[in-house]
Design a protein around this ligand. Sequence first.
Ligand code: GLY
Ligand code: MN
Ligand code: MN
Length: 436
Amino acid sequence: MRGQLKKFIEAMDDNSVAIIPAAHEQTRSYDTEYKFRQDSDFWYLTGFPEPDAIAVITKANKVSYTLYVRPRDPVMETWFGRRQGVDGAVKNYKAERAFPIDKFAADLGKILDGYDKLYYRFALDTALDQQILGYFKGQRVARLRTAYPPHTIIDPTPIIGEMRLHKSEKEVALMQKAATIAAEAHILAMKKVKPGMNESQVESLMEAYMRDQGASGVAYNSIIGGGDNATILHYIENNMPLKDGDLILIDAGAEVEGYASDITRTFPVNGKYTKAQREVYDVVLDVQLKCIDFTVVGNTHQKRQEYSIELLTEGMKKLGLLKGKTKDLIKKKSYMKYYMHGVGHWLGLDVHDAGRYFVDQQAKQSKPYAPGMVLTVEPGLYIPPNDKSAPAKYRGIGIRIEDDVLVTKDGNLNLTQKVTKDPDEIEALMQKPARK
Ligand code: GLY
Ligand code: MN
Ligand code: MN
């Protein structure tokens, strides 16, 4: 049993059972599927890579760990790929026992009967929800006489989320690998980009590099936005030609054994920032560096967000985008016109990773940073192309700078520092011939 599962079991109440499902394959079109990606919680607890599995964990007088998995099947495996089967689930993934997934429905009564509490997350797997609801429906009458269904259902997500928030050394090593590969892909893009290239070519060369270096692929759909495409936060069409004189914003990360990196760099297509581009860039960079320094033990997530808003509002005033007293502009949320997202998020198996942002949501008590947490730091300014109130020279400029930062005991470590964000260094790098 992996350490992460052991820890989860420690957090379970006595006399309880947990049902944790794997992801399913998703249809892409007709009879073809998207490339399979395991559910992050399931992967975190079991490390089992296949779809259509279910982990059943019980904690009573003794602990048990059962996996329901797709059975071995020579015909299916010839058509669709190898399977671990029940033997592989026990031998290679340390389940105490394993059964074919088809048996799960018939076993459900036996699995749940006699436990006080069920750990299960509804609304993740609708078919499984129906089976579990069907069990409870069936037990309504029987429960007083012969059956003993759980009386409490607990969503395990907050427990697993809290665990996922604090990365182990092994997890940090994987995240560092994902970060380094993505950083190098950004360096490659800086060396290759030139006017006339299409955004899609940049996307493909970066993804090819990541996979070549051992990533399973990108951690999310890359954002490759030339010119004012950079002012669309989730621009993923990535199919326009890059123009001389424009900036390109690249938000792309790699995935390594499920762990994400998440990097954004914004640089000139022709290798030289214009004066106006540089003015906006310098404001964002200054805020980003200060917010990285702020990502340390002793600060909270909420405080960091407020800090970024204050700094960016000052920056917007300096650029002439906003006028007035900083306090009033913040109160009226005027900054939202140009800075409308968070300054960062947890990062891990999901790019927007699991784990709560509040210790106490009612009291609005934000989570303090602790060693082992990984966060992005990604302030940005996005000036719409048709914004008549902005100085003309800034219209259509979108800039974000994003790094991935590990909180440590006595500071932090920037996992993505390999790719420079210093504008002079970027310009110098773009003059050099491409490596490949
Ligand atoms: N790439 C998504 C984000 O930066 O949050
Ligand atoms: Mn991000
Ligand atoms: Mn990003």
